[in-house]
Design a protein around this ligand. Structure first.
Ligand code: UDX
Ligand code: UDX
Length: 459
């Protein structure tokens, strides 16, 4: 099928950047991103591209170049579906918060709504592409909904999981390690392969069956998360021995079979995908009665929770077993640098724990707005909004956030933290001045020389 128009449902962290790059690389294809959230679409249409709802290096430039030419943002979902030959589903698939599979399975409510919406309004043949990460065999459910509409419209379903990482999304999209397309219909697969083919070489475009494609996405995220939990497990052992986790990571990373990436010990992984996808994998394995498989992967999450918890436990015990009434300054709230996304960020859980110990928390993050910090804490329902507001203050100037603090906790590895005037910060803090570097970004010798009581992960 020749594709002239594409519609993407879901203008989020995945849909926005992915479609912007497809539009840039395929000037002859009209790409419309639709979303039920009017405020979000309005932000995508803001004339000032620095106000786009998603911060991602390089994204604003591409939107400025393509928007209004062949890239459009709209809330007119039905119209965009009907006009397009290819529809991407890129809505969120959070972990279920109710009913069967609560806390484990992916909530497919939004995906099903999209499928029903497409079935209802389509009057011409469509290729429907799953972009959201979905449990294995979801394509079957989408297919069943689309094929039972009673109309004679033909739908082909493809799975095309996204491997972009936030903060490097544009680079990941422009130079992907691979593009994965799962499907039954060869012609539908080739229609999508042609779109990517305008900038990705054919040997990097893998064609598989639908189930392999869906499972590959979950498996890739599970393996990546497992590496982090593995090095984090070793970091705790390092803290009890004379070993240094950075040295261990370097030594093992030079083994070409292991490789150097994803070996940074940290406060624990966050983000919208790792935990959700592993829980999903665990849920699927259990539902087939594969308990040994489920237990194996669940341990990756258990270790990650342990890592976050022991960071705050260590902070409290170092501050003479009490943080009550003390100012703890957090540098960073996003789940990693170069993004304004805070989903599952370790900072939220560490802050929640410290707040339960009556700490006063000061937060500075270069990209996360104040209201998101409070929304994240309120979402946990540990305290009321008023209580969170009383105990937590957000700052737009890092030096103000750090002034008078008893301790600094580095939660995100933003590059700017390394370039601060640490002598000045030390001078303005309560003594002894503690730094808990949850990202191992500062130099221990330098910090100790200034006078800080510096501790990091795995050293
Ligand atoms: C994605 C995914 O697609 C998810 O499966 C993956 O694991 C993580 O990344 P993301 O783009 O990060 O989600 O989600 P989000 O930023 O929440 O964007 C989803 C958008 O879909 C939201 O703007 C929401 O308003 C929209 N939406 C949701 C719809 O337009 N219709 C719906 O029915 C539901
Ligand atoms: C991840 C996958 O990398 C991506 O392929 C998939 O499409 C979506 O999920 P993302 O969550 O955006 O991407 O970021 P990623 O760079 O993978 O980082 C996830 C978390 O792990 C962050 O909190 C990060 O700080 C942490 N991390 C990463 C570590 O703690 N140590 C590392 O060595 C690497």
């Amino acid at each position: 099928m020749k594709i002239n128009k594409i519609c993407c449902i879901g203008a989020g962290y995945v849909g926005g950047p992915t479609m912007a790059v497809i539009a840039k690389k395929n000037p002859n294809i009209q790409v419309t991103i639709v979303d039920i959230n009017e405020e979000r679409i309005a932000a995508w249409n803001d004339e000032d591209v620095s106000k786009l709802p998603i911060y991602e290096p390089g994204l604003a430039e591409i939107v400025a170049e393509t928007r209004g030419k062949n890239l459009f943002f709209s809330t007119e979902i039905d119209k965009a579906i009907n006009e397009s030959e290819m529809i991407f589903i890129s809505v969120n698939t959070p972990t279920k918060t109710y009913g069967k599979g609560k806390g484990m399975a992916a909530d497919l409510k939004y995906v099903e709504l999209c499928a029903r919406n497409i079935a209802e309004v389509a009057t011409t043949d469509k290729i429907v592409v799953e972009k959201s990460t979905l449990p294995v065999r979801t394509a079957q459910a989408i297919k069943s909904i689309l094929h039972n509409t009673g109309s004679d419209v033909t739908f082909e379903i493809l799975s095309n999981p996204e491997f972009l990482a936030e903060g490097t999304a544009i680079q990941d999209l422009l130079n992907p390690d691979r593009v994965l397309i799962g499907g039954e219909s060869e012609s539908a697969i080739e229609s999508l392969a042609n779109i990517y083919g305008s900038w990705v070489s054919q040997d990097k475009i893998l064609r598989t069956n639908v189930w392999s494609s869906e499972l590959s996405k979950l498996t890739a995220n599970a393996f990546l998360a497992q590496r982090i939990s593995s090095i984090n497990a070793i970091s705790e052992l390092c803290e009890h021995t004379e070993a240094n986790v950075n040295e261990v990571a370097r030594a093992i990373g030079m083994d070409s079979r292991i490789g150097p990436k994803f070996l940074n010990a940290s406060i624990g992984f966050g983000g919208s995908c790792f935990q959700k996808d592993i829980l999903n994998l665990v849920y699927i394995a259990r539902s087939y009665g594969l308990n040994a498989v489920a237990d194996y992967w669940e341990q990756v999450i258990i270790l990650n929770d342990h890592q976050k918890r022991r960071f705050s436990d260590n902070l409290i015990s170092t501050l003479y077993n009490t943080v009550s009434g003390k100012k703890i300054a957090m540098l960073g709230w996003a789940f990693k640098k170069d993004t304004n996304d805070t989903r599952e960020s370790a900072a939220i859980y560490v802050a929640d724990h410290l707040l339960s110990e009556q700490a006063n928390i000061a937060v500075y993050d270069p990209k996360v707005p104040s209201k998101k910090v409070y929304a994240d804490l309120n979402y946990l329902q540990t305290r009321t909004d008023a209580e969170n507001k009383e105990l937590v203050t957000t700052y737009s100037d890092p030096y103000e956030a750090l002034k008078g603090a008893h301790a600094i906790a580095i939660m995100t590895e933003w590059d700017e933290f390394k370039t601060y005037d640490w002598e000045k910060i030390y001078a303005n803090m309560k003594k002894p001045a503690f730094i808990f570097d949850g990202r191992n970004i500062l130099d221990k010798a330098e910090m100790t020389k200034i006078g800080f009581e510096y501790s990091s992960i795995g050293q």
